[in-house]
Write a protein of this length. Sequence first.
Length: 139
Amino acid sequence: MLNKNDIEKILPHRDPFLLVDEIIEVTDTKAKGIKYVNENEYYFKGHFPNEPVMPGVLIIEALAQVGGIVALSKDDLRGKIAYLTGISDAKFRKVVKPGDKLILECEMTKFRRGFGFGEGKAYVDDELVCEAKISFAIR
């Protein structure tokens, strides 16, 4: 289990753009993280303020950050940066609102010549809210 301080040792992101609060599972190929969606998040002030919804692009970014944990936890890649290079087959199934506990799962399907490919899924209360395929370059 990794808390926010541990995550900051692996990822270069910082608040307000570090979107993962905890990592509850990590293996060589997959990780599971948590984002506690708080009503005080900066984006709720302007994104449907009377009916706040977490922007889908930020859910995708959170999934990518969990994928980055998988890649950058490897000893030979520590200290490197994973740049998001592609998003495909993204689907948004339900809205994510303040008070939700967003469970983020990312499984890396392939690593090749400095590139990683993965599949991410996000859940709230065991319901799939978002899924996407991601790719990234490691530098």
